[in-house]
Design a protein around this ligand. Sequence first.
Ligand SMILES: Cc1cc2nc3c(=O)[nH]c(=O)nc-3n(C[C@H](O)[C@H](O)[C@H](O)COP(=O)(O)O)c2cc1C
Length: 185
Amino acid sequence: MNETMKTLLNRRSTRAYKPEQIKEAELSNILEGGKFAPSAINEQPWHFTVVQNKQLLNKINEACKAELIKSGHQVLADQAKKEDFSVFYNSPTLIIVSGNEKTITPQIDCALALGNMFLAAESIGIGSCWIHAIAGVLNSEDGAELRKELNIPQGHMVYCSGSFGYKAMEPEAPERKENTVSIIR
Ligand SMILES: Cc1cc2nc3c(=O)[nH]c(=O)nc-3n(C[C@H](O)[C@H](O)[C@H](O)COP(=O)(O)O)c2cc1C
């Protein structure tokens, strides 16, 4: 199997991280992977906001926890009430992907960019995971202040975000469904 296929098959959603920060060169590598994702008519509508500041990471986590508690979803609310709960699993790096809302397919383009960054990370032994709650919080009225602090560009919607860091776990691959392919020849 070639190295690319190995990376594709080995990437897992990592939900426990070591506290050490990833190296500058590793971050650049990940971001470069994101920039080279395909995008509709090559609009590259994305902006990648990298957060490595502990105070700001904490603020984002607290805002997500508050939102989950308000959500009315009992399981999520109970989890969020725990003192040590981290919506991004205490990863030392968070990458928030926002996109220009006026472009053709910003949501798809941004998701592809984040997917590329996950694979770039795996290719150099760094773990990652999609973190859903952050986009909802940053696009809400309650998240306006935080959005400003993060300098999310004007006219951009936050579409997705991912946690990144050295892995503190090696998860098993969840089973893949059968019968998801039709080949017509
Ligand atoms: C759109 C999307 C949202 C996701 N949101 C979360 C999330 O909020 N938290 C989380 O731990 N994993 C999240 N995941 C990761 C999935 O749970 C994971 O990809 C799936 O279980 C398959 O596992 P694998 O990534 O290890 O192959 C998300 C994945 C996608 C594509």
